[in-house]
Design a binder for this molecule. Structure first.
Ligand code: GLN
Length: 491
């Protein structure tokens, strides 16, 4: 049976568009029809922008007709997590406080993706302000995992991961502060890459924790992840933390293979409540990497166990400061009151959800006089220890691996009443974020217990993306994982 257009990867579609086999409008229409079919079940989108996507696609077709050379992702319909500002298109961060917010400008990543010719299908769901691991904290209802609609897609970029997994977008952008690209990618059976801090501009991302936030690709294969990263990476004068380094060609070395590469299995992560079913797939992944010629050994990073504790002091502290701007005066929701202070507090009481309030309180507490040294400063010092642990490990290994998540996707509602268990689902992801380094999740099969996808996480030192993509690509090609969620064949 021939594939429908929406079933193809981005590089395949862009190739077809560039060769003139199909038009960008035909590709976009195919994905829009697909969206209409499955969106009522999956609820990946907060604001679909089908007409905008068609107009974007028409522009690509005109450019081609005029003889312009198209980029490697031109004509590939995309989605953006709804925390990425888009000029003229509502950007809510899945919060009531930004319910009617239409940004007057676009994030640099949104601009770069648009300039590369990717039609915008819409803005996808997330945990409010990217705080969560299941997308259940969205003020607009949860997204369902396309592999089992009774389960969560992970989070916070659950909408983007579910959309890409269900065929409702070919590629997407998420953001990752402490796992929010990698964990949902792992739980939805797609590829998700968190770039090195500073490699991708944060300009126009609605800030959660500014020392950790990074935008990155969510795609169906590693080659697409490399191409999307290529599109968004690189210096941006509008972001003072943006790195000046030249951007390498991320696709150039994909085929090089990993013979002789030294890969470390992080001992601590494999001990952290990782389910038997995930461990089984992970062990097989290790054998595949060995078969490909990598030298795999165990490595101990003792401070890993403190990752979650450190993260939940630093991230809420930064969030409490970043979210102070939502006071009902300049933009977003306003609940009127007789005086300004009551207006501020009523607006914030009505506009933020429970998890966001919890983080604001935690963060405000950590930063308050008398507790700053005991909590915030101590967490910053411990953060340095994590980085040093990584530095030591990278003296002996080129890259490190772990499962992407300790379990497969959990049931809707299962962890909602217990924030601490929810926080623990990022145990594999948080350390690399604290170290400012890059990491990605690649599918490594489905669980024998529940048939849900399992992901493997590749971690590299800062700016090690070329090596990471090469290893991920070699692994992906050898595993040849081609299972699809049941909804894939729904028509
Ligand atoms: N799940 C983590 C949290 O709740 C990470 C979120 C993220 O990376 N945006 O903070």
């Amino acid at each position: 049976m021939t594939k429908k257009l929406w079933e193809h990867t981005g590089h395949e579609l862009a190739g077809m568009v560039a060769a003139g086999d199909v038009s960008a409008v035909e590709v976009t229409d195919s994905v829009i029809v697909r969206m209409e079919q499955v969106e009522p079940d999956v609820h990946a989108y907060l604001t679909p922008t089908a007409e905008r996507a068609r107009a974007d696609a028409r522009r690509i077709d005109h450019a081609k007709a005029a003889g312009e050379r198209l980029g490697p992702l031109a004509g590939v319909p995309m989605t953006l997590k709804d925390i990425i500002c888009t000029e003229g298109v509502r950007t809510s961060a899945a919060s009531k406080i930004l319910q009617n917010y239409i940004p007057p400008y676009s994030a640099t990543v949104a601009e770069r993706m648009a300039a590369a010719g990717l039609p915008l299908l819409g803005k996808t769901n997330l945990d409010e302000f990217a705080m969560g691991s299941s997308t259940e904290n969205s003020a607009y209802g949860p997204t369902c995992n396309p592999w089992d609609l009774g389960r969560v897609p992970g989070g916070s970029s659950g909408g983007s991961a579910a959309a890409v997994a269900a065929g409702q977008a070919v590629v997407g952008l998420g953001t990752d502060t402490g796992g929010s690209i990698r964990q949902p990618a792992g739980l939805c059976g797609v590829v998700g890459l968190k770039p090195t801090y500073g490699l991708v501009s944060r300009y126009g991302l609605i800030a959660f924790a500014s020392s950790l936030d990074q935008a990155g690709p969510i795609t169906r294969d590693v080659r697409d992840a490399a191409l999307v990263l290529q599109t968004i990476a690189g210096h941006d004068p509008k972001d003072s933390t943006s790195l000046p380094n030249p951007v390498p060609d991320y696709s150039a070395k994909l085929d090089e293979g990993i013979d002789g590469l030294k890969i470390g299995v992080v001992k601590q992560i494999s001990l952290q409540g990782v389910s038997e079913a995930v461990q089984t797939r992970f062990r097989e992944a290790v054998s595949i990497l060995e078969k490909l010629g990598a030298q795999v050994g165990e490595v101990s990073l003792p401070t890993f166990d403190y990752g979650i504790d450190i993260y939940y002091l630093i991230a809420p502290s930064e969030a409490s400061s970043n979210l102070a701007r939502y006071e009902g005066v300049r933009f977003g929701l306003r609940i009127d009151a007789p005086d300004v202070l009551s207006m501020n507090s009523r607006t914030r009481a009505a506009g933020f959800g429970a998890e966001v309030k919890r983080r604001i309180m935690l963060g405000t507490y950590c930063l308050s006089a008398g507790y700053y040294d005991a909590y915030y400063l101590k967490a910053q010092k411990a953060r340095t220890l994590i980085r040093e642990d990584f530095d030591r490990a990278y003296k002996d290994f080129d890259l490190l691996i772990s499962p992407s998540s300790p379990t497969t996707a959990f049931a809707m509602g299962e962890k909602l009443q217990d924030p601490l268990t929810m926080y623990l689902s990022d145990v594999c992801n948080v350390p690399t974020s604290l170290a400012g380094a890059a990491a990605m999740s690649v599918p490594c099969g489905v669980s024998d217990e529940d048939g849900m996808p399992v992901g493997i996480q590749f971690m590299v030192p800062a700016l090690g993306e070329v090596t990471m993509l090469k290893a991920a690509y070699a692994f992906e090609q050898e595993l040849a994982f081609d299972a699809k969620p049941p909804i894939w064949s729904a028509s």
